[in-house]
Design a protein around this ligand. Structure first.
Ligand code: HEM
Length: 202
């Protein structure tokens, strides 16, 4: 949100319209928060969490498009390349949730990145439903109640995540310098009214 203020503004406009100022977003709002859904899709596409998936292993000899894949071969699926294919997602380096929206709905003709970002086959991520729900409620709640602003560096430039990646199986970047403030006194009151004690599992 700090890197793409226009996206933040559009997301805030949508939650203001659909949810209104008197409550936090709920899961029942999901169907009506089309732009938030598109933000989730674009987030998972633009910087997939597991860029090369985890290694899979061929249990039998196989052939794919003329290539022989011997039994025992290790296979890495290039999730990053699939989700940055300019034929499928024009200008793939641009963070643009609108690429998934047509006539106010999710465009079913644009391949859904969630079908790729969680891996494939029998070992596909079993946490994908929990992740989707968590992304939705977190993104909707945060944009509803907070403004996230970039902190400029000494040269007046915003943070460029591509210069701050941390190597590893899971894509991560260094902390993005930003400020997070309540959008309004009413938003702050809403946040405080929803404070609940942390419960531990027994
Ligand atoms: C945005 C969040 C997440 C992403 C992008 C993600 C992605 C992935 C990917 C790409 C794999 C490898 C799938 C394959 O082998 O083809 C995987 C495996 C796995 N994920 Fe996730 N994951 C996420 C969140 C979670 C969560 C929240 C949980 C648990 C609550 C979870 C549990 C697992 C487990 C247990 C496996 C191993 C499955 C197996 O090998 O059988 N993941 N995940």
């Amino acid at each position: 949100m700090s890197l793409f203020p226009d996206v933040q503004r559009k997301a805030q406009d949508e939650v203001d319209r659909v949810v209104g100022p008197n409550r936090l977003p709920e899961f029942d709002d999901y169907e009506n928060l089309v732009y938030i859904k598109a933000v989730i899709l674009e987030t998972m596409r633009w910087m997939p969490v597991v860029a090369l998936n985890v290694p899979h292993y061929a249990t039998a000899d196989n052939a794919y498009k003329g290539l022989h894949i011997p039994k025992g071969a290790t296979i890495l699926v290039n999730i990053w390349a699939i989700l940055h294919d300019p034929e499928v997602y024009p200008e793939p380096e641009c963070f643009n949730p609108d690429r998934f929206i047509k006539n106010g709905e999710l465009d079913q003709d644009v391949p859904n990145p969630l079908n790729v970002a969680f891996g494939n086959g029998r070992r596909i991520c079993p946490g994908r439903w929990l992740s989707g729900a968590s992304l939705f409620i977190t993104i909707a709640s945060v944009v509803h109640t907070f403004n996230i602003h970039p902190v400029l560096d000494a040269n007046g430039k915003t943070f460029d995540p591509s210069n701050h990646e941390i190597e590893g199986v899971v894509t991560s970047i260094e902390s993005i310098p930003c400020t997070v403030t309540p959008r309004s006194p009413k938003a702050e009151a809403l946040i405080r009214s929803n404070e609940t004690p942390i419960q531990t599992l027994k």
